[in-house]
Write a protein that binds this ligand. Structure first.
Ligand code: ATP
Ligand code: MG
Length: 339
């Protein structure tokens, strides 16, 4: 886009008070100026933008892209929200088993086809549980859902929701659900087990039972257009009645051979890097087994960096990753995690 067109767009969105589009056009304009070497101007604009965002004091973070902010007025719920975000993630950022992929795609489709389902009075699945070990994509999957559906997501601040004052936790939960319904947001509750486990908590049994009952009610009366995503790595700790309330429960487990291969390709960014042949890829995949997506990705990225540093000059079009380095890092990681 030309400089003039950017200015026209910025003027239009500013006059129309369309904050969302104004900010994203401004960001694009800044990038445009950086790429056309008007660095000073770009930096001035950037600091102007940051100043104004700081003044608005409340943040809306965009994951998967550098910036996207918006102010929030509702003070009542502010402290109960960890962050409010929009996302640029899509299904292609997430490696899944075929089963999990089908489940997630169908879930997304229900929301993309919401009008059709409404027309025939069909219920819409809107309560999703993501479970599985740490580093296997629960949080990432929630970002993908927000990104694919282009919806805002409220990440609940459990620390603030769970209150020591009797009855306060339930009230806080109700406030968040009300807010999400008003603003048409997705609610993301991480570490859901700390809310939903009742049986183990003999001391504050009464209060926890009350909390579970509140969640049951909130779930039962959740408007069809709202959505709740809960994540846990301790599904077995959840109350039975609560588990039953979820329309869908997706298990995100440690990657098998097929998923490890896909993850490698994702990290290698469309073949930007290649492997040397000191250690065979099959062997490496075998060594990566038992680790989470997170650990595999982290060690591979470190191996890429170290391989790059070890090269005196990066002449090759496609720099080679030293497979022995990666293998060593994988072994170290397994040892550290006692896998
Ligand atoms: N299935 C996956 N596909 C691609 N990348 C993944 C996947 N799972 C994890 N990752 C990578 O690891 C990072 C951490 O994963 P994420 O935060 O989603 O894990 P989690 O399941 O929420 O873990 P925790 O239980 O510790 O919160 C992601 O940001 C991503 O880079
Ligand atoms: Mg997480």
């Amino acid at each position: 886009m030309s400089q003039q067109n950017y200015i026209k767009d910025i003027a239009r969105f500013g006059l129309e008070n369309d904050q969302d589009k104004l900010l994203s056009t401004l960001n694009e304009f800044i990038e445009h100026n950086k790429s056309t070497k008007k660095i000073n101007f770009a930096l001035q604009l950037q600091s102007l933008l940051k100043d104004s965002i700081r003044k608005q004091s409340n943040q809306l973070m965009k994951v998967g892209s550098p910036t996207h902010y918006q102010s929030l007025q509702d003070r009542e719920t502010d402290e109960l929200i960890l962050e409010k975000l929009t996302s640029d993630y899509s299904l292609k950022n997430l490696v899944l088993t075929e089963q999990a992929h089908d489940q997630l795609s169908n879930f997304l489709e229900e929301h993309q086809q919401i009008e059709l389902l409404k027309k025939y009075n069909l219920p819409i699945s809107n309560k999703l549980l993501l479970h599985g070990p740490s580093g296997c994509g629960k949080t990432l999957a929630s970002y993908v859902i927000a990104g694919e559906l282009k919806k805002m997501m409220i990440v609940v601040n459990l620390g603030a929701i769970v209150s020591s004052k009797l009855g306060e936790t339930s009230k806080n939960l109700a406030k968040i659900f009300r807010k999400a319904a008003q603003e048409d947001c997705i609610i993301f509750i991480d570490e859901f087990d700390s809310l939903g486990k009742v049986r183990d908590y003999s001391q504050d049994h009464g209060e926890m039972k009350r909390v579970v009952n509140t969640i049951l009610q909130l779930f039962d009366y959740l408007p069809q257009s709202s959505m709740v995503i809960a994540a846990t790595n301790q599904k077995e700790m959840l109350d039975e009645a609560l588990l039953r309330r979820f329309d869908l429960s997706i298990s995100l487990e440690l990657p098998e051979k097929e998923q490890i291969e896909k993850l490698i390709n994702l990290v290698l960014k469309e073949d930007q890097f290649g492997f040397d042949e000191k250690v065979s890829l099959t062997k490496l995949i075998e060594s990566a087994k038992g680790l989470s997506y997170y650990s595999i990705q982290k060690t591979l990225i470190n191996a890429i960096k170290r391989s790059l540093f070890a090269m005196k000059t990066v002449k090759a079009l496609k720099p080679k990753i030293d497979t022995q380095i990666w293998k060593d890092l994988l072994e170290e990681e397994k040892k550290a995690l006692a896998v």
